[in-house]
Design a protein around this ligand. Structure first.
Ligand SMILES: [Zn+2]
Length: 289
């Protein structure tokens, strides 16, 4: 089944729902970065939440998420557009710990809890919208929920799950976000709190191969309806032209050094790990500009 995100409304149309399967998408990122299971889970959970943040945008808007928790994996950086395209990297992908006391990948130990979660939205204005909160758990689901509540004033359930096979491939990844809409009644808010406290871990649901629709069915019963869906996939926006532009902003001496010592320049994309060789002649053209 190809990855997808579905949108819906529930509880008398007083909550909005995003449910998604990101298995192939996260697997591609994990594979490109050669991430170990704990780092893979942290990256995958962040990418999954970023797809949802992207789905809240319109047109050519973009969103970038940065998580810096002071833990051994360093920073996690992900971005997504409004159409289900996402990419991401983690500074130290070779981080892995034994399972925690609940038998789960110990994401908070890898991420750390002494830092922040920052969301920057490029919505075509001069200044980006930037919201930032302190990390409260390092498990990321709770942290995104905290972000929605404190930065956007929207009470939300955020459940994120990534299961990794012994060979470091991704067995399943996905998430569920339910947000209270402004007109929601007290009753709906209370109902949602009850649902949040009673639902089983999302990792179990995706391990049972539930589709995004079945996950919402399990959590909300028949009190919801699907609005639409869109495909989700890993996509990087890097190009040779962008690398050349980045090099063009360097000092001329540095460019000369690349020509003389290396006979060109190798550029590697942080997000997708693709590498590009910039020819000597292309560097020389920059010096002439
Ligand atoms: Zn790239």
């Amino acid at each position: 089944m190809a990855d997808k995100l579905i949108r819906g409304l529930g509880l008398n149309d007083e909550v909005r729902i995003f449910s998604l399967d990101t298995t192939d998408t996260v697997n591609e990122a994990v594979n490109r970065h050669k991430a170990y299971p704990t780092a893979a889970a942290a990256l995958g959970r962040t990418m999954t939440a970023t797809v949802v943040l992207g789905a809240m945008l319109k047109g050519k808007d973009k969103v970038t998420v940065t998580v810096e928790g002071g833990g051994p994996i360093g920073a996690i950086v992900t971005d997504a557009d409004a159409n289900g395209h996402v990419r991401g990297y983690v500074q130290h992908p070779d981080v892995h710990f034994d399972l925690n006391a609940q038998g789960k990948l110990d994401v908070s130990r890898a991420v750390g809890t002494n830092g922040y979660l920052r969301v920057a939205k490029d919505i075509g204005l001069k200044d980006n919208f930037v919201g930032s909160v302190e990390l409260i758990s390092g498990e990321l689901g709770e942290d995104f929920s905290y972000y929605f509540y404190h930065s956007e004033q929207v009470p939300s359930i955020v459940a994120l799950g990534v299961l990794v096979n012994p060979d470091n491939t991704v067995k399943a990844a996905g998430g569920l976000v339910i947000q209270v809409l402004p007109a929601a009644s007290e009753e709906t808010i209370t109902c949602l709190e009850k649902i949040a406290s009673e639902m089983r871990p999302i990792s179990q649901m995706i391990d049972d191969n539930l589709t995004p629709e079945q996950i919402v069915d399990e959590v909300l019963g028949d009190s919801w309806r699907k609005l639409d869906e869109m495909p989700v996939e890993f996509e990087c926006t890097c190009s040779k032209e962008r690398f050349i532009n980045a090099i063009a902003s360097l000092e001329k001496n540095e460019i000369k050094q690349m020509i003389e010592e290396d006979g060109g320049a190798e550029a590697v994309c942080n997000f997708c790990r693709n590498d590009v060789w910039i020819e000597k002649e292309e560097l020389e053209a920059l010096l002439e500009e």
